[in-house]
Design a protein around this ligand. Structure first.
Ligand code: UDX
Length: 422
């Protein structure tokens, strides 16, 4: 199939590369000429495991341009994969989606053959049906479902495993407005053996939000149970095993610790809360998972203060700044809350991360950045905030170690070892 993809960020590029791998002809569109040039030289503008190898191997099937005209004319289906960042009040910012939709519409207007526009960006329920579709109709002066098609096809890609997740999905969700788009999407994904959910545009959008909110809920839930377990002297991970064996619950996303971060969970959870507020529906559970997630890193500081009651003037080491291992991404990282609060307590903070130091430096200039994990160990106590593999192998040299990520190996060489929920 001939596919065009608008936006070559993390979602757009992973989709482009993987569709190319599946044998489709893909045109990527981006306003950033530098990114476009890189893709045409088979260089990935972002790091994501296996992505550049695929772009290189299937270079015959991928082409990038800044021209919407070329992309719409030379493809049968267009995926909108632009960012939907959060506004200050939690609402999603649709300006990139609007911009892409308007540009697409200009060329869709003159296109003779049937063309489908599919939203892949994460947008709140109703956006494709009530916002994107009317905008396309208004500019093209054409009728959706008759002259062009509309779909909504959310992604469920984890950072660091996005290529794998695209190629091995648990399910594919195809929201459609018209039968032509339904058919195009089902042909496009016909190589996959997973279940395919065919549904309305708005249900597809809600599936994406409900998935991320549910996963975040699982983590906040197990963290709350973990806090109770710690008080009772129970191992919360045994409890997670015990409940996870129930097929209705499942073991995944029941690792208690200092909570969730990243580019999606916080943004999506807050967008759904803001949306629910707008339509005047209570969102009590989802609101409370945010509260639990904000409090959880502070519990780690309380555990630390059992061993060092006043942090004033003490040096505290923080191992791990990224929101999860194997990425330099610090968006919504629990380490941000940790460091902020350690500073508030008057501690001097020393940090190390294998990849995320440069990003963290943009947020904190008044802490000490170390070149390796060992240099953090001359602190009065060490906090483990991200589960990087190298922290498992580290000799903790008889230090006080407070662990937010369950790296039990640290116990062997620490003088005192205590976890946030264990
Ligand atoms: C997530 C979703 O998994 C993905 O489907 C969606 O499309 C984007 O958001 P990602 O942000 O890459 O992906 O991270 P993920 O691996 O899901 O982890 C999110 C956060 O939850 C991390 O901070 C991680 O440390 C934390 N986490 C995860 C836990 O604290 N406990 C767990 O059991 C699992």
């Amino acid at each position: 199939m001939k596919i065009s993809i608008i936006g070559t960020g993390y979602v757009g590029l992973v989709n482009a590369a993987c569709f190319a791998k599946l044998g489709h002809q893909v045109i990527c569109v981006d306003v950033d000429k530098e990114k476009v040039d890189k893709i045409n030289q088979s260089i990935s503008p972002i790091y994501e495991k296996d992505l550049e190898e695929i772009i290189l191997k299937y270079k015959k099937n991928i082409y990038a341009t800044t021209s919407y005209k070329e992309a719409i004319e030379k493809s049968d289906i267009t995926f909108i994969c632009v960012g939907t960042p959060s506004k200050k009040n939690g609402d999603i910012d649709l300006s990139f989606v609007d911009q892409a939709t308007k540009e697409i519409a200009i060329y869709l207007k003159n296109k003779k053959s049937f063309h489908s526009i599919v939203v892949k960006s994460t947008v709140v329920p109703g956006t494709t049906q009530n916002h994107v579709l009317p905008l396309l109709e208004e500019i093209t002066q054409k009728k959706a479902g008759v002259d062009f098609g509309v779909g909504m096809n959310p992604e469920f890609l984890r950072e660091g495993a996005a290529v794998y997740d695209f190629l091995h999905p648990d399910r594919i969700v195809n929201g459609y407005y018209d039968d032509h788009t339904k058919k195009l999407l089902s042909i496009l994904y016909s190589d996959f053996s997973c279940p395919i959910v065919e549904t309305s545009l708005t249900a597809a959008e809600m599936i994406k939000y409900a998935s991320n909110c549910f996963l975040a809920t699982k983590i906040s839930f197990i963290n709350e149970i973990g806090n109770l377990c710690k008080r009772l002297g129970i191992d919360t991970y045994e409890v997670a095993e015990g409940i996870g064996l129930d097929d209705r619950i499942g073991r995944a996303f029941l690792d208690s610790g200092i909570g969730w971060g990243g580019s999606c969970f916080g943004k999506d959870v807050n967008a759904l809360i803001a949306f629910a507020k707008e339509i005047k529906e209570p969102c009590n559970i989802i609101q409370s998972i945010v509260q639990v997630n904000e409090q959880q890193p502070l519990r780690l500081i309380s555990v630390l203060k059992k061993h060092i009651p006043s942090l004033k003037g003490k040096t505290i080491g923080v191992l791990g700044l990224s929101f999860k291992p194997n990425t330099d991404d610090i968006r919504d990282s629990r380490s941000i809350i940790l460091v902020k609060n350690l500073l508030k307590e008057g501690a001097q903070v020393k940090v190390y991360d294998p990849k995320a130091i440069n990003n963290f430096k943009k947020l904190f200039s008044d802490i000490i950045y170390c070149d390796n994990a060992k240099d953090v160990l001359d602190a009065d106590a060490v906090i483990i905030a991200t589960a990087w593999d190298e922290f498992k192998k580290l000799d903790y040299k008889g230090k006080i170690v407070i662990d937010g990520r369950r790296l039990l190996e640290a116990k062997k060489t620490a003088k005192i070892y205590e976890g946030v929920c264990w």
